[in-house]
Design a protein around this ligand. Structure first.
Ligand code: CUA
Length: 413
């Protein structure tokens, strides 16, 4: 008896603590919440959810109240009288068919209306962005501007963006929690998702995810959406449309052969500027990768790379079979991320690591240790390839060669 009393006294206290914890979870910064939408798509779905939650809560409260009343009223009493027995009640049956039917009408009308609205074709004049899901990264193409980029997508505020969703391999799912989504990216099928980032928004960064299990590195298939002012977007487009240039030359002495082999890359140069790039220092903490380098791959400290030598190594190695760099006629591959403006991106490996020289070097040296399952081969000389289960010998890149490639990629702003 005593124990039950204590339980009875503790129950309200436990309830209060639970409620406080639940309420506490609602405050603070939740960058990946779907409850603070910044587009009409997000708001439509949020409004529908709120309505269904309200209706569901009303039904829940009424049903539970009826249940409690019945339990208390008809609980067991210590006498032998048999309660009245009934069989069937037309009135009741009509009632409990009719009430749910009416409730369903109230749920169905706004649901169907929202489905039709969000599944309709995007408004005329939308910005078309072709999204291709790859194992395990995102490709973004702007057919209007002839731009191809990876894992970081820029869209202007106030203009509807229409994402065309396709897959290069298995099923993925495109999800930008605070902007809208998610929608499956299905093999041999084209899906669409469109929304308009609020025009009153400051330039902002949003997290994007793959939301459909697609293999070993499904969790490492992230992307960032940069919503920027229309003039910033125009400037970014202008920068991205340019072929790769040596905007800044890291070393004064340049081998004559490199200079003569790519004259257009040398002359286009920095005069035009790089175009708008979202300032790295303004990217919030939650949109910056925090994974440290894994054990099993290290890089010689203090090596200085030469960008022109790096371009020669890059152009003469396996890199060009998969990667494209506009302006470098040797690099035309299309199966891996386009590297034309890789230095303008804040992260590499689909949001897994920050885009710094140190991480790039480790990545080139042994991507398969850096990201489980990645298709990019292990390239570093004497590195162990965990997929082929062999050590790279002939044709492997030395740390100096990798440092040179990193220097080359680092000027591709
Ligand atoms: Cu792509 Cu999960």
């Amino acid at each position: 008896m005593k124990g039950t009393d204590r339980l009875r006294r503790l129950a309200p206290l436990a309830m209060t603590v639970l409620l406080a914890l639940a309420a506490g979870a609602c405050s603070g910064n939740h960058p990946n919440t779907t409850f603070s939408p910044h587009t009409e798509l997000g708001r439509d779905i949020d409004a529908l959810w709120n309505r269904l939650l309200l209706l569901g809560t009303i039904v829940f409260v009424l049903v539970e109240a009826a249940l409690v009343v019945v339990i208390l009223r008809y609980r067991h009493v210590d006498d032998d009288t048999r309660p009245p027995q009934t069989h069937g009640s037309t009135k009741l049956e009509i009632l409990w068919t009719l009430i749910p039917a009416i409730i369903l009408v109230f749920i169905a009308i706004p649901t169907v209306r929202t489905i039709f609205k969000t599944q309709a074709n995007s408004p005329h004049g939308s910005l078309n962005v072709e999204v291709t899901g790859h194992q395990w990264w995102w490709e973004f193409k702007y057919p209007e501007y002839g731009i191809t980029t990876a894992n970081e997508v820029y869209i202007p505020t106030g203009r509807t963006v229409n994402f065309t969703l396709r897959s290069a391999d298995v099923i993925h799912s495109f999800w930008t929690p605070q902007l809208g989504g998610k929608r499956d990216v299905v093999t041999n099928r084209t899906n669409f998702l469109w929304y308009t980032p609020d025009s009153a928004m400051e330039a902002s960064v949003w997290n994007g995810f793959c939301a459909e299990y697609c293999g070993t590195s499904h969790a490492n298939m992230k992307f960032r959406v940069f919503t920027v002012k229309p003039d910033q977007f125009a400037s970014w487009v202008a920068g991205q449309k340019r072929p790769a240039v040596f905007g800044a030359t890291p070393t004064p002495a340049q081998p004559a052969s490199a200079a003569s082999s790519t004259p257009q890359m040398m002359t286009a140069a920095a005069a035009e500027g790089e175009g708008f790039i979202f300032p790295r220092e303004k990217i919030p903490e939650w949109a910056v990768p925090h994974a440290g380098p894994p054990a099993g791959v290290t890089f010689t400290a203090g090596l200085t790379g030469n960008a022109h030598r790096g371009m020669e190594v890059f152009s003469g190695s396996a890199c060009i079979g998969c990667h494209a760099i506009a302006g470098n006629p040797a690099a035309m591959g299309t199966t891996a991320p386009n590297l034309t403006h890789i230095a303008s991106r804040s992260s590499i490996a689909a949001g897994l690591y920050p885009n710094t020289a140190a991480y790039l070097a480790l990545w080139i040296k042994n991507a398969r240790v850096m990201k489980p399952g990645v298709i990019m081969p292990t390239l570093g000389k004497d590195q162990y390839d965990p997929v082929l289960k062999t050590t790279v010998t002939t044709g492997g890149l030395t740390d100096q060669q990798i440092a040179d490639i990193v220097a080359y990629l680092s000027v591709l702003k």
